[in-house]
Design a binder for this molecule. Structure first.
Ligand code: C2O
Ligand code: CU
Ligand code: CU
Length: 455
């Protein structure tokens, strides 16, 4: 990819537009036209207290970890001046947002890394409403592990029908009992399920009490910002319905026994809050993540909202779609130069491992799609571990699986089960070189990533 000149221009675009008003550190308010949002977002070290009485040296966006919630209305432009005050280079990737390649945050593909002390202006129009998130795409195990993850909420253009909502970012921190960071990626774990953090949290707090208005219907935006963990979400005794998966609306249906939310995935639930004084446990399998406490409120009781409006994603035509196959495999090969700082390569897509240290990997895309062509991608998992498979730049429609009944839906991340073969379809309507990778971060960093070209 030659990104140099184009990137530099993209990096300068908008310099004159964002006024750095004194005082407003992150949120700069709306300008006179009510359709702009401007944020100044700073990434910087921040000591947080995850374990009572102990300090954890996190990295934060906008003074908090997980990061500041960014909000924009569907159809508007999101304009973020990103300032890097970390001790190392970074980028921001906008997970699930369909945007131009130059704004996608992949180092050496979209842009050069933002060096310490430098800034970069991200500007793009947001087409889809829903729950999204943002994170770096550099030294990911450590940068996401230290807390560089944040919610990006895109409000429905004409309202959602919900009067109450909460964003819940799920993360298991890699810390010990003194709050010190433990390894973000351990080779023998990377070769298996991925390196799990031990301390669960929601919005940066372990086992929080979350207060909700009694009797009301509340939209819970659950965002899995974790490096590794697939949460088996359940809410025993709760009257909850699923309204959207990974940002995209579905016909509302009951939550059921549990929903498996892999890294990178989102679940929008509507919960009918029980009567005042009662509480519910939000759990991961049998483990409690939070208590949802019902607090008296005197508003009129609201109704279950109608289904959310569909996002404007092109409908793939399966009749004329060409099928491309992607095998996800365990390879177990160590790279030959691990001693010299080379990367482990435990995983492969179609027989090739991505080398996280090789800046030129994206020059060799494993598939080339014709612009506006219709495609079926067949994802085949030949391993004993599950992989949340994520595509940048375009959303895809999940159409079938050999292991479960699928109600077709659009997403950007599909949790591919052990030995599962799934079929997803898309219209290749966004030109660029797009990453296709597992969102278990240490799988991605040990081979499970590839580039797909649309031209
Ligand atoms: Cu959250 Cu490359 O993605
Ligand atoms: Cu992404
Ligand atoms: Cu994986």
């Amino acid at each position: 990819m030659n990104f140099s000149r184009r990137q530099l221009l993209a990096g300068l675009a908008g310099l004159g537009v964002v006024g750095l008003a004194g005082g407003a550190r992150y949120w700069l308010g709306r300008t006179d036209s009510s359709v702009t949002h401007d944020y100044e977002l700073i990434a910087a070290p921040l000591d947080v207290e995850l374990v009572p009485g102990h300090v954890t040296p996190a990295w934060a966006y906008g003074g908090q970890a997980p990061g500041l919630e960014l909000r924009v209305r569907q159809g508007d432009w999101l304009r973020v001046r990103f300032i890097n005050r970390l001790p190392e280079p970074t980028t921001i990737h906008w997970h699930g947002i369909r945007l131009p390649l130059e704004m996608d945050g992949v180092p050496y593909v979209s842009q050069l890394p933002v060096l310490p002390g430098e800034h970069f202006d991200y500007r793009f129009q947001v087409h889809d409403a829903g729950s999204f998130w943002y994170h770096p795409h550099t030294t990911s195990a450590e940068q996401l592990g230290r807390g560089l993850v944040g919610p990006l909420i895109v409000e429905e253009r004409d309202g959602s029908g919900f009067r109450h909502e909460r964003t819940l970012c799920l993360k298991n921190w890699h810390v010990d009992k003194q709050g010190a960071f433990t390894d973000f990626s351990i080779a023998r774990e990377a070769a298996r399920v991925g390196t799990l953090g031990l301390l669960s949290s929601i919005n940066g707090r372990h086992l929080p009490d979350i207060e909700l208005p009694a009797g009301q219907v509340v939209r819970l935006r659950l965002i899995n910002v974790d490096n590794t963990m697939t949460y088996r979400l359940n809410l025993p005794g709760g009257d909850a319905r699923i309204y959207a998966l990974d940002g995209n609306p579905i016909a509302p249906r009951p939550l059921g026994k549990e929903y498996w939310l892999g890294p990178g995935m989102r679940l929008d639930l509507a919960l009918r809050v029980p009567p005042a004084g009662q509480q519910l446990s939000l759990r991961n399998g049998p483990m409690r993540l939070a208590s949802l406490r019902s607090i008296a409120n005197d508003e009129a009781r609201d109704d279950w909202p109608a289904a959310l409006p569909a996002n404007p994603i092109s409908e793939p035509d399966l009749q004329r779609a060409e099928t491309l196959r992607f095998n996800f495999e365990w390879s177990g090969a160590l790279s030959t130069n691990v001693d010299q700082g080379g990367a482990y390569q435990f995983w492969q897509i179609n027989g090739e491992a991505w080398d996280i240290n090789d800046k030129t990997c994206a020059d060799r895309p494993i598939a080339s799609l014709k612009k506006n062509g219709h495609y079926i991608l067949e994802f085949r998992n030949l391993s004993q571990y599950q992989h949340p498979i994520h595509l940048h730049g375009m959303s895809f429609k999940v159409i079938g699986s050999n292991r479960r009944r699928i109600e077709p839906y659009f997403t950007d991340t599909f949790l591919l089960g052990k030995n599962e073969t799934a079929r997803v379809a898309l219209v290749a309507d966004n030109p660029g070189v797009w990453m296709l990778h597992c969102h278990v971060i240490d799988h991605m960093e040990t081979g499970l990533m590839a580039a797909i070209e649309v031209a």
